[in-house]
Design a protein around this ligand. Structure first.
Ligand code: NCD
Length: 309
């Protein structure tokens, strides 16, 4: 089964994918991981522009490694002091300039709001959204779906809880759409200050304590407090947050033995997760990173109609 060329020319929102397409991408990513299939290089290597106008470690390198493994070429644009942004060029004009160079694929992360989203979606290039503000992060949702499927053997029927800064999390926003589409139940657990106020979350089950959330779930996904997106959350005390919502050895006792816990990273050690839980057999944090490369290969492979041997 293949996804339609039109739907996969770009990936800007997770909702643009059907459940069959999601299943197909998960299957392909896991086949790539197991070495069951091998991508065949194209005659002319596509040029992928990686435009990260917000900080990134995993997503940026993951896309670059995935592109190189497919035999593609990459160029990096990082909005730092080596670019004309330091001379005062706007984000809009900077992106317009990159678009005018016509890369074969634009992988873009930004926090510029709806005007920038409009510029990107109307640019006529193949585009992958690598994170836009608090809105969407579709490849993270796909790699998280692959990790859940790999560990738990299914997504349908899973009980998935996001813990932490749900309000500002594009990971949770895209994840909720994907997981529900695949038949999972999605809940949230957050301090009052970080509970989402947007309508997309209005029907989701809410837990007020982490122990209740952990004993309900088969998958727990911790989130970082995204202070860079807080307009005025001065009232949120870090000490209070750590006491009630940090994932650590003490509260993870409440999570079943066959459940898993994940985190998109980066995690702030001791605040949203304690590093000593990384060795817990239920922890899938580094598998998420590994799966990210294979998922991005699967997505870019689909966009360029790569064949496999
Ligand atoms: C996240 C992001 O940037 O959206 N990380 C990621 O892409 N793996 C989450 C975060 O920054 O907290």
């Amino acid at each position: 089964m293949s996804t339609s060329a039109q739907a996969m020319r770009s990936l800007q929102k997770i909702d643009s994918l059907s459940s069959q397409q999601i299943q197909h991408l998960i299957h392909r990513a896991l086949q790539l991981k197991k070495g069951e299939i091998c991508p065949q290089p194209l005659d002319v290597a596509p040029v992928v522009a990686l435009a990260f106008l917000e900080p990134s470690t995993r997503t940026r390198f993951s896309f670059e490694i995935a592109a190189l493994r497919l035999g593609f070429k990459t160029v990096q644009f990082i909005g730092d002091s080596s670019t004309s942004m330091v001379k005062g060029e706007s984000l809009h004009e900077t992106l317009q300039t990159l678009i005018a160079m016509r890369p074969d694929l634009l992988v873009v992360r930004h926090n510029g709001g709806s005007d920038i989203d409009k510029l990107i979606s109307g640019c006529g290039l193949a585009v992958i959204n690598a994170g836009n503000g608090s809105e969407e992060h579709p490849t993270q949702a796909l790699l998280d779906g692959a990790t859940i499927f790999e560990r738990r053997g299914q997504i349908e029927g899973e009980k998935i809880v996001f813990v932490g800064d749900v309000e500002h999390s594009r990971v949770a926003r895209s994840g909720r759409i994907l997981f529900q589409k695949m038949g999972a139940e999605v809940a949230i657990c957050a301090p009052d200050e970080l509970l989402p106020t947007t309508p997309d979350w209005s029907k989701s089950r809410r837990f007020s304590t982490i122990e209740e959330a952990l004993s309900w779930s088969s998958v727990c996904i911790g989130l970082r407090i995204q202070r860079e997106r807080h307009a005025s959350k001065a009232s949120l005390s870090q000490a209070e947050y750590v006491k009630k919502f940090r994932l650590d050895k003490t509260n993870l006792v409440a999570l079943r033995g066959d459940a898993i816990f994940m985190h998109p990273g980066p995690f702030v050690d001791g605040v949203d997760l304690n590093h000593d839980v990384l060795s817990d057999s239920r922890c899938a944090v580094h598998e998420q990173v590994t799966n990210g490369v294979y998922m991005r290969m699967a997505v870019m492979g689909e966009i360029f109609g790569i064949s496999y041997s």
